[in-house]
Design a protein around this ligand. Structure first.
Ligand SMILES: [Zn+2]
Length: 182
């Protein structure tokens, strides 16, 4: 098990669109990359993680929403939203912004097309929390973080707090210790 450091707000890789994956050429390295992503996500009790959050330029994300009844791990390679509807406006957090929460406007229902870990095409229908997680992770893969979705005025108001938090976030290294503030 290897827990990786999660990139924090301000690190360039988070604002860069990730490269689409050619399944055949990443097939061999995929299991170990996915294992690290899943271990890291679980270690910090996240419900989703994009590869660029652990410093990898790969269009790849994992989502796991706790549900006692079924296996809920979803692997998404090159995911794209194919259908969207409705609207929700709820609080969201992000592993790259530990301890920061903000209300974000999202579609309440989305359909996502992607490849799974076996390279097979899948369709994921998400509602509620899953819909939010799908949009949040796909945004990451496109270089967009959740605060980019905030209205300009809110972002401006948040700026001083963000700068202060940024200093603290720099020192958090999940591969060495798990932050208690999550
Ligand atoms: Zn995030």
């Amino acid at each position: 098990m290897s827990i990786r450091r999660i990139c924090k707000y301000g690190e360039k890789i988070l604002s860069k669109k990730t490269s689409k994956l050619d399944y055949k050429s990443v097939k061999d390295s995929l299991p170990s990359v996915l294992k690290d992503m899943i271990d890291t996500m679980r270690a910090v009790k996240g419900i989703g993680l994009a590869a660029n959050q652990i410093g990898l330029d790969m269009n790849l994300a994992v989502i796991e929403i706790p549900d006692e009844k079924k296996e809920t791990l979803i692997v998404l390679i090159n995911p794209e939203i194919s259908e969207k509807s409705g609207e929700i406006y709820e609080e969201e957090g992000c592993l790259s912004f530990p301890g920061l929460f903000a209300k974000i406007k999202r579609y309440s229902k989305v359909k996502v097309k992607a490849l799974n870990e076996k390279g097979l095409p899948i369709e994921v229908n998400g509602e509620g929390l899953l819909a939010k997680a799908l949009q949040h992770e796909i945004d990451h893969l496109n270089g967009i973080t959740f605060i980019d979705k905030l209205p300009l005025m809110t972002r401006l108001k948040l700026k001083p707090a963000l700068l202060k938090l940024k200093m603290r976030w720099k020192k958090i290294d999940e591969s060495k210790s798990i932050p208690k503030m999550m």
